[in-house]
Design a binder for this molecule. Sequence first.
Ligand code: GLN
Length: 582
Amino acid sequence: MKYVVVSGGVISGIGKGVIASSTGLLLKTLGARVTSIKIDPYMNIDAGTMAPTEHGEVFVLNDGGEVDLDLGNYERYLGITLGRDNNITTGKVYQHVIEKERRGDYLGKTVQIVPHLTNAIQDWIERVANLPADDSNEKPDVCVVELGGTLGDIESAPFVEALRQLRRRAGKDNFIQIHVSLVPLIHDELKTKPTQQAIRDARSAGMSPDLIACRCERKLDRATMEKIAMFCQVEPEQVIGVHNVASTYHVPLLLEQQGFLKVVSDLLKINHLEIPASLVTKGQTTWHQWQTLTTSQERVFDEVNIALVGKYVSLHDSYLSVIKSLEHSAMACRRKLNIIWVDSSSLEDSARETDPQAHYKAWHDVTTADGILVPGGFGTRGTEGMIKAAHWARTKSVPYLGICLGMQIAVIEYARNVCGVTGANSVELNESTSDPLIVYMPEIDKVNLGGTMRLGSRPTYFQENTEWSKLRSLYGSHRSSIDERHRHRYEVNPDYIERLQSAGLHFVGKDDKSERMEIIELPDHPWFVGVQYHPEYLSRVLAPSKPFLGFVASASGVFGQIQKLSQAHESDLANGVANIII
Ligand code: GLN
């Protein structure tokens, strides 16, 4: 097993995750099987209980793991499927070591950070790195390990020591470290001191970075690169400039142009492997398709305006996978994506008094958008505003996509305004509602919040007489069921289904027992779809998620073309050909 460790210096949040995933993507172009591990040195067991406005979205894996959003980047860039163990946290490794101690596995020894915890970290990395992560079901060749935070943080110290030792354990030519640093632009001059200091810090912790990736506002010039190389005791080709680019999809291209892949493959002694057939579609490699799609995007000028009506809009990372899915679909529809962020509370009547300017602006944004999206969410705040947005979309024939909470919102709106159930609500939003349209799922634990929702990949079955469904047509008429990822505690109350259905709201997809409502859709509307699952977790640049694709295509006025194209590709899909660009 070969390891590429990506660590950070100077400050966090400068795109370590994107550099790490881009490295993985480039290694894949050599034919290497790549997997990844993200280390988060916080005490939480997982990201499930963390506020999205503080830490960004919680990403959900097939196995139900609630993990850091960087795992989403890895799945998207590398086309792999990860599991909960691919995200290591301080909480998880301590729990593991303490459980072993309680069982008596340490045979009377004093259990210490070094060597017991650091060994546990290395064993964990080794075990998970060797798990198959792609369709081939074969052991990966390379594991990209991203260390969260910045080197030198108190909490990352045991991980740093474990990684230092892992270099020895892995053996010669099997381990490299990429240290991501910042080269700030001050008075029009790129400053190298913070990077020099960051490398010094890394060395004093026993680490020796093989590549220094310098994040900078503008292109890193030759002289600055040489200065960094000289002061940090590396060769100039080991210094890579990663300046701000139009989109993160350009980062792999940027790295490749600088000969990055050659340095990495020389250090790791990876000779050219055979490109697996799964990475070639109709004579084109995935890398070629990636280049074509991302660069052609620069020549797209027609906009599609999507109003994203949510409660966590203050931090856009709260909706990272939703944004990515919209981007993937906009690329496929040849549109420039313009997301208009709408705080759903501002749409509520009360906001007219408390903040009239925000209220009118929010309504202006919703009423002029080409499409309205209500994403997932928890808690009451802003939900009446979401219901109003769904009402606008339904009655004005504006494309609507409701995800998880967004589907529950659409059902409440329909019950209130079409079925005349004026008190309709979710018990999450009003515990004593007279008409509980959305109820707690019976099996859900009400006391412990961590890891107890309905989580992970579950099947949805298309119902009889739903061939008319636009969403179903995109998934492919040959499919009777689909698998998508879930994360929720509440569901549509089965007692109201008949009433809603006879009033025209169709439940196109249900779970395997036909008890749980998974997809709603209105037939006589350009696109009015709600899904209880989270399709954003499975969207890929080269294979956009269908609920998003249909939504963006309708908002762009090209649904017919996209539908035709996806039908033409159906036979390819049925034959298991991956990565179709439509
Ligand atoms: N709060 C809702 C539930 O638990 C929706 C969850 C979500 O949108 N992820 O069912």
